[in-house]
Design a protein around this ligand. Structure first.
Ligand code: FBP
Length: 260
């Protein structure tokens, strides 16, 4: 199994948005999964997150040294009913793709949360049996959730993922620095990854957030749109990699790679 961490830190390039949000997230360049695989390969990501179709057709284990994380469930943006995302790919199929880990989104607070807990529990068991890590996207959402960015709600999502056996939990950061320590505490031994979110108009801000969460104890960043929607995806990738792997300051890496 390839290591998902480099000196204890993770930087994953996320590319499951084509199913979640649809092609509206893409342009003529980044709509091509090969562009993403090449970007991950040529920069300092420690993993690339793909859906099964892209993984099977674009991730070639012989030519990439980047660990593959296969996302096993998805939902679309067609339907705005109670959030539920069910499994469409087996752990076995991910193992055939040489995946290092599998990913699964949980929506704690949804009226249908129990279905996702049952599926993810089984996925953890199957993944560990074949030596793969299980990563939970813990996104509290649905009619039981008043404010998905409330600190206790984020911590609750982290706790649920940890209790289900996740090795890593990917969650949102609400810019409550003190509260983030509580979130990390509740993730127990699951390593905390912060997700990127919508592309920010100010890329320095995204880099500052990455630096802040790492300083607060996050294991890493799992980010998609802020990288591949950037005018300079490679520059952004290099900048955030220097923050994650070299502990550089946000302003310094911005000036080095992105300032025009
Ligand atoms: P981004 O960095 O592009 O936000 O990717 C992180 C991610 O968790 C993806 O893995 C996932 O598709 C998406 O965000 C989910 O977004 P939403 O909050 O709209 O469900």
């Amino acid at each position: 199994m390839k290591d998902l961490l480099k000196k204890g830190k993770a930087l994953f390039l996320a590319y499951d948005q084509g199913f979640e949000h649809g092609p509206r997230d893409f342009n003529l360049t980044n709509a091509d999964p090969q562009f993403i695989v090449d970007l991950a390969n040529s920069t300092d990501f420690t993993g690339v997150i793909l859906l099964p179709g892209s993984a099977e057709k674009y991730y070639h284990s012989g030519t990439t040294d980047k660990p593959l994380i296969v996302k096993l469930n998805s939902k679309t943006s067609f339907n705005h009913a109670e959030p539920i995302s069910t499994q469409h790919c087996s752990v076995r199929r991910a193992a055939k793709m040489n995946a290092t880990a599998v990913g699964y989104t949980l929506y704690p607070g949804s009226l249908r949360e129990q279905e996702m807990y049952r599926e993810f529990g089984k996925i953890v068991e199957e993944a560990h049996e074949v030596g793969m890590a299980a990563i939970a996207w813990a996104y509290p959402r649905g009619s039981g959730v008043q404010d998905d960015l409330d600190t206790d709600t984020i911590a609750y999502g982290a706790r649920i993922a940890a209790e289900l056996g996740a090795d890593m939990v990917k969650l949102k950061y609400n810019e409550d620095a003190e509260g983030f320590k509580w979130v990390i505490k509740n993730a127990c031994k699951a390593k905390v990854l912060v997700s990127g979110g919508k592309k920010k108009s100010d890329s320095l801000k995204e880099l500052e957030i990455a630096k802040e969460v790492l300083d607060l104890g996050a294991t890493g960043i799992a980010i998609g749109r802020n990288v591949w929607q950037s005018d300079n995806p490679k520059g952004f990738a290099k900048a955030i990699a220097d923050i994650v792997h070299k502990n550089k300051k946000a302003q310094d890496v911005y000036d080095k790679y992105l300032k025009q």
